[in-house]
Design a binder for this molecule. Structure first.
Ligand code: AHR
Length: 503
């Protein structure tokens, strides 16, 4: 099978905001406790943060990490996580039917962000709480000393304001499962008044209002319209979430699901434009896709805890999906969609980062390792920075449940003028046919192949484990070549590829 692609330096989609390679950490399961934090671990630093995990995170070069939830945030009191540890209360977490010692709070999280070279994106509880605690929280984090909240922060060990810019106004407020679930009008009004108060404190904050939790939600896309009608002037981004699964065990359909993702992004982008037109506004609001991933492998085993059959355990194993090679292909396609829609998606977070539906797994007092899905995320985060190219792709397609004529090759291209590279990320969705890829390069680096990484495996269900952590890893690709401004490569059936060109 042949795929012909044309890439031109001047046919671009948008500069890619580095923050589309963000991640998410929630007080959920073992994401925090025995994930990033485990005081007794042999690699723990003086703050009790695991050094082995921090290194794997650092390697990903993540621009920002969202915290502390998720569903958890909708009943969270941020004040529980500040001050001396021995005075912090243990609380029941209504979202996940667990308890939380609050040994980690916002100080520990932001300090950890510094050690892994990332920036925090903080979420505010607009489920069980309201405007007043929101402004107090923001003042505690960013306010000057000489005022109540700044002085309290100082007395807890941090004199200088942190200057956190990204603030989520609640989480999934459209979801009936959310503590403090609201209608679009109720939420829209609260979010707008909260945003106005936060802006009165600091007009340069970047505020994210909740969109839909999924495109299957019955209130989608009216939710977006209503919420934006209330908040358009006061916010910068609208948040979307989407999780993917192959419960139906249909790989062709599974690997076509990013068509639905792109439809979702397209619809919300149009809704933003609709509200902008109604408001006669010059201002643009963008999309923060702050939860995305594959999530289904662990659903059965989680049921007991979520149903309350185990009481209120502290940091139990929850949402510990073990990802396989098939999920590598899926994650590759999802990230390609974000690159292709970099004109409207400016922030995105893989959900989540450690242990909980995550690319990094740990054992308490034991090893930390990379799941299969670590690698497409790693390669895109490291090498997908620059300007997204508007590739013209001609390739046979197939009809799937979610969309018709889904091309067998899913491909995205990034031109980085600063370092003189062009990088292609491609997934061959075909089970048995090699794709002969030909890319015409116009005004783009076409001197030599600087790197070619391939992830493939004979079994779609192959996984990485503590005992066998390198079963699915990228390997050096062979056979790609470039001459006369044309790149040629053979994409093996069911494979993920990254090809990087320099002048
Ligand atoms: O990431 C797991 C959960 O998925 C989050 O807590 C919630 O926001 C979403 O439903």
């Amino acid at each position: 099978m042949r795929a012909a692609v044309t890439a031109h330096k001047d046919f671009t989609i948008s500069p890619i905001d580095d923050r589309v390679y963000g991640a998410f950490l929630e007080h959920l399961g073992r994401a925090i406790y025995s994930g990033i934090y485990e005081p007794g671990h042999p690699t723990a630093d003086k703050n009790g943060m695991r050094g082995d995990v921090a290194q794997l995170v650092r390697d990903l070069d993540i621009p920002m990490v969202r915290y502390p939830g998720g569903n958890f945030v909708s009943a969270y009191n941020w004040e529980d996580g500040i001050g001396p540890r021995d005075k912090r209360p243990t609380r029941l977490d209504l979202a996940w039917h667990t308890s939380d010692s609050n040994a980690v709070g916002v100080h520990e999280f932001i300090d950890w962000c510094d050690t892994v070279n990332t920036k925090p994106m903080l979420a505010i509880n607009l489920g069980s709480r309201g405007l007043d605690q929101a402004r107090n929280f923001v003042e505690y984090i960013n306010g000057p000393t000489g005022s109540y909240w700044g002085d309290l922060r100082k007395s807890n060990g941090r004199k200088d304001p942190w200057d956190v810019k990204l603030w989520c106004l609640g989480n999934e407020m459209d979801g009936p499962w959310q503590v403090g679930h609201k209608t679009a009008d109720e939420y829209g009004r609260l979010a707008n008044e909260t945003a106005k108060a936060l802006r009165a404190f600091d007009s340069s904050l970047e505020l994210i209002v909740c969109g839909s939790s999924h495109s299957y939600m019955p209130t989608y896309p009216d939710w977006e319209r209503t919420v934006l009608e209330h908040t358009y002037d006061a916010v910068d981004h609208i948040s979307l979430h989407m999780y993917f699964n192959n419960r139906a065990q249909n790989t062709a359909n599974y690997l076509a699901m990013n068509a639905r993702l792109e439809e979702y992004i397209g619809t919300v982008a149009s809704t933003i434009e609709f509200v902008r037109a109604r408001k006669r506004s010059k201002k643009r609001v963008y999309i923060s896709f702050d939860e995305w991933n594959v999530w289904y492998h662990s659903n059965e085993q989680d049921r007991k805890i979520l149903d309350g059959a185990e009481g209120w355990p502290h940091a139990p194993r929850l949402l510990e999906d073990i990802y396989n090679f098939e999920d590598v292909l899926q994650v590759g396609c999802i990230i390609n969609s974000f690159i292709r829609r970099s004109d409207v998606v400016k922030l995105a977070c893989i959900a989540q980062l450690v242990n909980v539906i995550a690319p990094i797994m740990t054992e308490p007092n034991g090893a930390a390792w990379r799941q299969t899905t670590y690698y497409p995320y790693y390669l895109a985060s490291r090498f997908g920075r620059g300007t997204a190219l508007d590739l013209q792709v001609s390739c046979p397609g197939y009809d799937a449940e979610v969309a018709d004529n889904v091309p067998y090759v899913d491909i995205a291209g990034v031109h980085n003028e600063a370092d003189g590279t062009m990088t292609l990320f491609a997934v061959n969705r075909h089970a048995s046919e090699t794709i002969e890829l030909e890319v015409g390069l116009h005004g783009l680096p076409a001197g030599k192949i600087a790197d070619h990484q391939v992830i493939s495996h004979s079994s779609l269900t192959a996984v990485n484990t503590a005992a066998k952590p390198t079963e699915v890893v990228p390997k050096k690709g062979t056979g790609a070549g470039v001459s006369s401004d044309k790149l040629t490569a053979e994409l093996a059936p069911y494979s993920y590829q990254m090809i990087r060109l320099t002048a």
